[in-house]
Design a protein around this ligand. Structure first.
Ligand SMILES: Nc1ncnc2c1ncn2[C@@H]1O[C@H](COP(=O)(O)OP(=O)(O)OP(=O)(O)O)[C@@H](O)[C@H]1O
Ligand SMILES: [Mg+2]
Length: 200
């Protein structure tokens, strides 16, 4: 894989799982023996705190010379846009598939330049397979299809007993720990597609 790839994780909505996806992806890449650099450009510093906690457990997450850089950015405009989103090889946009939240996400996507839209990968997060969520995901799928740019990736389920504890930091890599089969399957599916997209 080419060196120095940049993955930006972003979105206009708060609390949709940006930091969770950043840390899960970092753990996945480390597990796959890739070196990563993780940058927290979000003022709330959730990802930085996670990195510090892992360091406290004796585990280094981020390496300055990592071949894949993952950036946690808040918001989708302003300095995040100019510094990271425009330059990113992939732009990951986690979203909660609620119709109201999606209005914001779709509006943002439609306002982007085509060259940026091409690099957007949407990740449904906290999926619980309700009818409302299915409708939301279908609507987004339709926009992506109509634009002919961007991609809708497989989702991550809502698992309160699994994902929230990740951000507490740990001495062991998430994927080396005890993991239920469904969690392993859904994360593996998602990250395999992201790595495929990164290869281009
Ligand atoms: N798939 C999931 N299942 C259960 N809980 C989740 C899932 N994804 C994220 N969460 C939880 O939801 C909360 C918000 O997630 P996270 O902090 O990753 O979102 P964020 O978009 O980075 O938020 P912020 O806008 O505050 O930076 C956290 O408590 C996290 O543990
Ligand atoms: Mg965050």
């Amino acid at each position: 894989m080419a060196e120095n790839r940049l993955i930006a994780v972003t979105g206009d909505k708060g609390g949709v799982g940006k930091s969770t996806i950043v840390s899960l992806l970092a753990e996945w890449l480390l597990h796959e023996k890739q070196s990563v650099k993780v940058v927290d450009a979000d003022p709330n510093q959730t990802t930085k705190t996670w990195i510090d906690k892992c360091a406290g457990f004796g585990r280094q997450i981020s390496h300055d010379k990592g071949s894949i850089t993952i950036v946690d950015t808040s918001g989708t405009s302003g300095s995040s846009l100019t510094q990271y989103i425009r330059k990113a090889d992939l732009i990951l946009v986690p979203f909660k598939p609620h119709v109201a939240d999606l209005e914001v996400v779709m509006g943002w996507f439609l306002s982007l330049k085509e060259a940026i839209q091409e690099r957007v990968l949407f990740i449904p997060n906290m999926v619980s397979k309700t009818k409302e969520q299915k409708t939301g995901i279908e609507e987004l799928e339709k926009i992506v299809r109509e634009e002919g740019r961007g991609q809708l990736l497989p989702g991550i389920s809502e698992r309160k007993a699994v994902y929230p504890s990740l951000l507490n930091g740990s001495a062991t890599n998430f994927f080396d720990g005890k993991l239920d089969e469904n969690t392993r399957k859904e994360t593996e599916k998602l990250f395999t597609e992201i790595l495929e997209a990164l290869k281009g």
